[in-house]
Write a protein that binds this ligand. Structure first.
Ligand code: ZN
Length: 104
């Protein structure tokens, strides 16, 4: 539950510190990147608290993480890229905490 709260809290902190002039747009775009977790719907079981998402779910593949980081450098996709990068960082940290590995 704390992990899910961090997916809302960390983008809020980043928005407040770096994008406070456009905080609504930035925060909504970053939180919308939670939709990347829709790839959990094709897993069985859909939710497993002991499973490491990174490297297991298709949209959490390490190659895509490189794309998400690249999106941070393009003005039109910056908020999405930052949101996705934060998401992957939080999921990777969760992997370390629950499984002791960064990638599945
Ligand atoms: Zn995720």
């Amino acid at each position: 539950m704390f992990h899910i709260a961090l997916h809302f809290l960390v983008p809020g902190i980043v928005t407040g510190v770096f994008f406070h002039k456009r905080w609504k747009h930035a925060y909504l775009a970053m939180v919308a990147t939670m939709l990347v977790d829709l790839d959990h719907l094709i897993a069985n079981p859909i939710y497993d608290p002991d499973r490491c998402s990174i490297g297991f779910h298709p949209l959490h593949h390490p190659w895509l993480v490189l794309l998400y980081i690249a999106l941070c450098f393009l003005p039109r996709t910056r908020y999405i890229g930052i949101g996705l990068s934060i998401h992957m960082c939080l999921d990777a940290i969760d992997c370390v905490v629950t499984n002791g590995v960064w990638v599945n």
